[in-house]
Design a protein around this ligand. Sequence first.
Ligand SMILES: NC(=O)c1ccc[n+]([C@@H]2O[C@H](COP(=O)([O-])OP(=O)(O)OC[C@H]3O[C@@H](n4cnc5c(N)ncnc54)[C@H](O)[C@@H]3O)[C@@H](O)[C@H]2O)c1
Length: 356
Amino acid sequence: MSKPLNVGVIGVGGIAKMHFPGWKESPHAQVTALADLAPEMLRRTGAAQGIDRLYENPQDLINDPDIDIVDICTPNAYHMPLAVAALEAGKHVICEKPLAPTPDDVRTMIAARDKSGKKLMTAQHFRFQGTSQALKAELDRGVLGEVYHARSWMLRRNWTPVRPTFIYKKNSGGGPCIDIGVHILDLTLWMMGHPKPVSVSGVTQERLSHQESAFSRANNIAIPPDMDVEEFAAAFVRFENGATLNLEVSWLLHHKVPENKTEDMQMWLYGDKGGAHWPSSELLSTHNPTRQIFDAKLQNIPNLGEAHARECIEFARCVAEDLPSPVPAEESLDVTLILDGLYRSAQSGREVRLDG
Ligand SMILES: NC(=O)c1ccc[n+]([C@@H]2O[C@H](COP(=O)([O-])OP(=O)(O)OC[C@H]3O[C@@H](n4cnc5c(N)ncnc54)[C@H](O)[C@@H]3O)[C@@H](O)[C@H]2O)c1
């Protein structure tokens, strides 16, 4: 086998820790350098991971001629500039979700990718769960027929990530839409076969996070009054093929979540031959001549291991074997277009068109 690809991770906070096991497990790649603006964090992570090539300036990592893959795990606002710099330096890029908070930034990244001829992938780890892969395979076989409606939600009860990375718009670009909405929306569009979104009607709310003593159960912490992103959003999306989607996301809602979970994350897909539910992998259908209804559950869900690790393994494989990006940036552009439309619709109080 050819020599392993060298990976440099930029931003070594919470999510980077979920990527390291994947790079370790990959037969194609190894992490050899880290960058972070916070020197103490950088030093500690370097020591924990046994990596001594440490850069306080991410551009120095990008310029390092030994690096083949740049793994961007910084707050959202830095995804685009760092990815473009890395692509221009001839590196392949895997970038945490959202690929970028605005459609224009995503388009800039796509242009840089095309100019460089390198790979670009969005780290949408939910696609790499065994349940997701098994259900997607069934949908691709056409078991639901044509999917004409989906309902998706990712709702947390008092679980706001009270960190500057998430709660200030200048860092994140938005609240739960941008943080967790991208997960359930990406998964839903992927399952639906990426129909082209044409319009969205949306609302955002900030009802609970600015109440006196508002708190998050994540770290049992008060929500600072200067949090400037939404806490809840809902949207109705229309697609070119006539399909529709109901979406709801929240960090802070009086909503029952399953015991021992921080959130209720689900998706229903309705087609003209059957329905499907994620994550239960249930499939529903009918047999009209005998007037019977059928409920089935997918069996033989593959064990793909931890999904963040799997996404890194799959990206390294796509670079090593020159395969298409496992999560193409064009698909993330549609996610970002819908969320941007949701925000614009919430502001104007009207449905907004996305097709021109
Ligand atoms: N896929 C998932 O499940 C998941 C979960 C959490 C976060 N994320 C995403 O990961 C990204 C980071 O989130 P996090 O929870 O790790 O945040 P974090 O705040 O824990 O860590 C971010 C790190 O980036 C560093 N940093 C900030 N700006 C930088 C820059 N310009 N250059 C280099 N380093 C910089 C910070 O010092 C910090 O160490 C976000 O885009 C977030 O949306 C994804």
